[in-house]
Design a protein around this ligand. Structure first.
Ligand code: HEM
Length: 549
């Protein structure tokens, strides 16, 4: 660190507004039956007679056409016949999806007591994608829990921007408080705003430019440690690199050193616990003194203790470090107040959590796609080789890698890590034609949004060239891999830079080959990660002949 260079412009694609027709559902009459009645009706069985369904046509805009011959390889994604229930619904014989008044409809398939738990457990990602076919907003239940899923990009945008003050972060982030109850991703209201302002300088584009050398130096040993022909678990490899990068940028540490091991293990345990708890029907279960809960608590304590030692060390030797922790130690709010150690501690654990797994899974998916698209791989080599032949990758060379950037954009679209992001209403909210009362748990999914055939032609096709400036771009609000509004990812520029550097450095040395016969499936956990992704590194000729850089 310490070489914070100016001038690295890290911009994201500017979506040109080009509207695709988006068939909005009509909510129907505002004088229909109450929500309870609707929810009772939502179970399987013949539709009740009466005008309700006719009054409330729900968007049934297409067959599930999202699959394509060039799809992702995920069985959940492949084109398939709609289940009988969905066909019945489209034909009007099934009224389990029925909007009335301004209450969002309940998705079909709700079973007594357990609600939609079965499809959520069986294949969360396929389920959340399917929900988009039922309208701009739809409700699902898991046991006694009701979750309102916002599907339409317009309403998502409204929720995340103009109406953002009416929401807190909700269920998932409550569980992530294990990382620290006031960390940026989970803080609310004025404390969030204050903290965000204080942290922003550490993530400013010009500051990120200074992290390029750190990123490159951290990644290099991993890439050189690979052995020709020895299979790699891609998610683990990418995670090691991105965790290494975040730890070096945060507090100049490297994963080989203690307490890095403790930190990495603890982050992993706390993450897994958070997603399990968010989808658990009854919150009381998380207070039981069972092994899993004890383990999560111990991991959170170990994490905080390791990070506390790092902060003490930085305070004791302030001149020895030039990293994000150093910046946080001196950050001031508008009154000149600085952050106390316990708040810095929460921010550091929050950044460790938010900043490594996300980028790691994006990179794992990117190499998966390159492995099965030799033509894209060739184009990448053609771009990267001349740039890296000049010497190590530096910040001024990044703009010369537009194809690499398109690869990252397309991976962020097709494999958006944010498959489930929560919010909770703290006041009544009107979204489109629907009203949500205070206290409603709400979900949005970037993963499902980015695979919507109404927004992206041939959505399951991995096509980096859809991001060429001359091609029609998705509608405003339809590409939000980093969220939107005041809670938008603070690490966006960091992530773009890191992903570009790792892609270019890996590609300049290695081809990563898929293991024949293996299938890779997206799994919705805390992020959208590959079920199992092993690939075989094959040294590129120039790397073998000593031209490696
Ligand atoms: C490809 C990589 C990444 C993706 C896809 C991603 C995605 C997101 C998304 C969707 C949000 C918003 C969540 C919401 O609206 O509730 C978010 C927030 C956040 N991200 Fe990222 N992120 C990535 C990388 C990073 C990195 C590298 C860092 C830091 C080093 C980071 C730090 C944060 C923080 C602190 C927040 C909370 C911001 C706030 O609430 O003010 N992220 N991220």
């Amino acid at each position: 660190m310490g070489r914070h260079r100016r001038g690295d412009r890290v911009c994201r694609p500017d979506p040109v507004v080009h509207r695709h027709p988006h068939a909005a559902a009509r909510a129907g009459s505002r004088t229909g039956p109450c929500r309870d009645l609707l929810e009772r009706r939502s179970g399987p069985g013949p539709p009740p007679p009466g005008p309700v369904a006719r009054q409330n046509p729900v968007r049934t805009r297409r067959d599930d056409r999202s699959g394509s011959a060039r799809g992702t390889g995920d069985p959940a994604d492949t084109p398939r016949r709609q289940p009988a229930r969905d066909r019945a619904h489209r034909s009007g014989k099934d009224r389990s999806v029925t909007a009335s008044m301004n209450v969002p409809p309940v998705a079909p398939g709700k079973l007594p007591l357990i609600g939609h738990a079965v499809p959520l457990i069986r294949n969360r990602l396929a389920f959340i994608q399917r929900l988009r076919t039922y309208g701009p907003i739809v409700r699902v239940t898991v046991g006694p829990k009701t979750l309102t899923v916002v599907n339409s990009p317009e309403l998502m945008h409204k929720m995340l921007t103009s109406q953002a003050d009416r929401f807190t972060k909700g269920l998932l982030f409550e569980k992530l408080k294990l990382f620290g109850k006031d960390a940026l991703p989970v803080a609310e209201g004025k404390p969030h705003l204050r903290r965000r302002r204080m942290m922003q300088p550490a993530f400013h584009r010009e500051q990120i430019a200074g992290y390029v050398t750190t990123m490159r130096d951290t990644v290099e040993p991993y890439i050189t440690s690979w052995r020709d022909g020895t299979p790699l678990d891609m998610k683990t490899e990418m995670q090691l690199m991105t965790q290494g990068v975040v730890m070096s940028a945060l507090f100049s540490s490297s994963p080989e050193r203690e307490p890095a091991h403790t930190i990495l293990d603890s982050v992993d345990t706390v993450f897994r616990t958070a997603i399990q708890r968010a989808l658990m029907p009854v919150s009381a279960l998380e207070r039981l003194p069972i092994r899993r809960n004890r383990k999560a608590k111990a991991a959170a304590t170990a994490l905080r203790s390791a990070v506390a030692d790092i902060i003490t060390e930085h305070r004791t030797h302030p001149d020895a470090y030039d990293d994000i922790v150093s910046l946080l130690l001196t950050a001031q709010d508008e009154t000149g107040a600085t952050l106390p150690d316990d708040e810095i501690l929460s921010e550091v654990t929050g950044l460790l959590a938010a900043g490594s797994e996300t980028t790691a899974v994006v990179l794992a998916w990117l190499f998966h796609e390159l492995g099965r698209n030799p033509d894209l791989e060739r184009q990448l080599h053609e771009e990267v080789d001349p740039v890296l032949a000049e010497g190590p990758l530096t910040v001024d060379k990044i703009p010369r890698l537009p194809f690499t950037r398109r690869l990252v954009s397309e991976t962020l679209r097709l494999y958006n890590p944010a498959w489930l992001v929560t919010r909770r209403t703290i006041a009544p909210v009107t979204l489109g034609e629907f009203s949500l009362p205070a206290g409603e748990d709400v979900i949005w999914s970037g993963y499902a949004l980015h695979r919507d055939p109404d927004l992206y032609p041939d959505p399951l096709r991995f096509d980096p060239d859809r991001w060429l400036p001359e091609r029609p771009q998705p509608p405003k609000g339809a590409f939000i891999p980093f969220g939107s509004g005041k809670r938008m990812c603070i690490g966006e520029a960091f992530a773009w830079t890191e992903a570009t550097i790792i892609t270019a450095m890996v590609a300049s040395r290695w081809r990563l080959r898929p293991i024949p016969g293996s299938t890779v499936r997206p799994v919705g956990a805390i992020t959208t990660h590959p079920s199992s992704l092993r690939m075989v590194p094959e040294a590129r000729q120039h790397a073998l002949t000593g031209m490696a850089r």
